[in-house]
Design a protein around this ligand. Structure first.
Ligand SMILES: [Zn+2]
Length: 467
């Protein structure tokens, strides 16, 4: 997501609900624990810090979610099936307090529902499916757009978007180490007098849509497993345009021709840098009525209508390129834990600056880097500096702070200067293509850059990444 919009989105969402479950570097914690101690230690964490995790070894493999929005009450009605593989023992998924379960069923086990978790005690290991029905109120991770009550759905700008926190609108395992496939169906119910004119936009490529007796149906399928924070989607009064592998959803389509051309140019630049195709063959940009948005998802990005205007009229390519870069650094390569969030955000930030250099010339790149240096100076003055690889997150808010963006992009610029363009870009390609469809950490990146340069970069990485 973009740093600017992240603040807006998180702030807006946290004002609505302060009780969201923290995202947590579960992988790292598990790795540091002796195996025999795991359940015990994790249950202690749960008691002391509302820490959400899976106690038994479990992998959620597929989520099937059907949602029906109630615009007037700003509520989502959900029907969900989680397919997962697990040993006997207790498994846990996250949910926010505003997500209220009506039904939770599983064969071969017992379900208990806590304020911010759903737990299942399984009598046997193997493949299982958990079936859930619920309602989800507005919370951190769901932004309902403007519209005056009592007929919010009548406004041109009404609708909503979900961003980052899947536990706001579904029961999910939100740890980055867990990746799953998704089938998401959104049903916009008819109102007396006809349909409401809303369209849904979601992850996984162009969706299917049809008109049923109960309303308009929109289905999105993500067939390659991804982290659940990449499941975001939006619903608004949107037109859609498709140009080959790119789609644009927006309220006003006057700028789409320019946007397609700029997106294709940035795609070609990023594809060359990555040396590998992104996980999703199709890329959708949704420009929604909400302000200050910028959230990557699998095969798509959610932005604001203003961003489309700025992209076309002012040639402001930064957010477009940043979100597009996440299709490689974020979606195709997934970070193993939040400790290495800079491998998503530092890369997306740096790649958008590198694209700006290609698009607008070196002085434009130098200006971007100078601005980052200014921001870094301020962060140091405020005592907010810390290593890029950081395992001491208290919650997702901290993990999403400015350091991964600013310090991460500056470190990549420094590596580029230190190694020279040819070796640096060869290393970026080696790292990206070599780690595609895998979970990564800072060591994977260090190894690829060492291989490309033939140099021992330990001292440099120790200083910039680990200390
Ligand atoms: Zn980002």
């Amino acid at each position: 997501m973009s740093q600017l919009s992240r603040n807006t989105v998180v702030d807006v969402f946290s004002r609505v609900s302060s009780s969201a479950a923290p995202a947590y570097p579960l992988g790292d914690i598990l790795l540091r624990m002796p195996p025999g101690n795991r359940s015990h230690r994790i249950s202690l964490f749960c008691i002391f810090c509302a820490f959400s995790s899976a106690a038994a070894v479990a992998q959620s493999t597929h989520y099937s979610v059907k949602l029906e929005p109630d615009f007037e009450r700003q509520l989502l009605r959900g029907d969900e099936t989680i397919e997962f593989q697990a040993d006997a023992g207790e498994i846990e998924w996250q949910k926010q307090a505003g997500l209220r379960l009506a039904i939770a069923n599983i064969a071969n086990g017992e379900v208990t529902v806590a304020e911010q978790a759903v737990r299942v005690r399984l009598r046997s290991g193997g493949r299982h499916s958990l079936k859930l029905k619920y309602t989800a109120a507005a919370g951190r991770g769901i932004q309902w757009f403007a519209g005056a009550a009592p007929h919010r759905e009548d406004s041109q700008d009404s609708g909503f978007a979900t961003a980052f926190y899947c536990e706001a609108w579904m029961v999910c395992d939100n740890s980055p180490g867990q990746r799953a496939t998704l089938r998401l169906e959104i049903v916009i119910p008819f109102k007396e007098g006809g349909n409401l004119g809303f369209r849904a936009v979601g992850p996984g490529g162009p969706g299917r849509e049809w008109r049923g007796r109960d309303g308009d149906h929109f289905v999105f399928e993500q067939d390659d497993p991804v982290q659940t924070y990449l499941f975001s989607f939006g619903v608004a009064r949107l037109a859609v345009a498709i140009d080959g592998m790119f789609s644009i959803y927006a309220q006003r389509m006057d700028a789409n021709r320019a946007a397609f051309a700029k997106t294709a140019d940035a795609y070609n630049f990023l594809r060359a840098a990555a040396s590998v195709d992104p996980l999703n063959a199709h890329y959708t940009q949704a420009f929604l009525p909400g302000r200050g948005m910028g959230q990557e998802a699998a095969g798509m990005a959610l932005m604001s209508q203003d961003d489309l205007t700025n992209l076309a009229a002012k040639d402001d390519v930064q957010l477009m390129a940043h979100e597009l870069a996440h299709q490689w650094w974020g979606v195709t390569l997934g970070i193993r834990s939040w400790s290495d969030f800079w491998l998503n955000e530092g890369f997306a930030e740096f790649m958008s600056d590198a694209y700006i250099e290609k698009h607008q010339g070196r002085p434009a790149y130098d200006k971007q880097i100078a601005e980052l240096q200014d921001r870094m100076r301020k962060l140091r003055e405020e005592g907010k500096d810390r290593p890029l690889h950081w395992e001491k997150w208290k919650d997702a808010h901290e993990a999403l702070g400015q350091i991964p963006y600013v310090k991460g992009a500056l470190f990549l610029d420094r590596l580029r200067t230190e190694l020279g363009d040819e070796i640096f870009w060869r290393g970026i390609g080696l790292y990206t293509s070599g780690s595609a469809r895998r979970l990564v950490d800072s060591i994977d990146f260090e190894r690829a850059m060492e291989m490309a340069s033939g140099r021992d970069l330990k001292a440099l990485f120790d200083e910039a990444v680990y200390r």
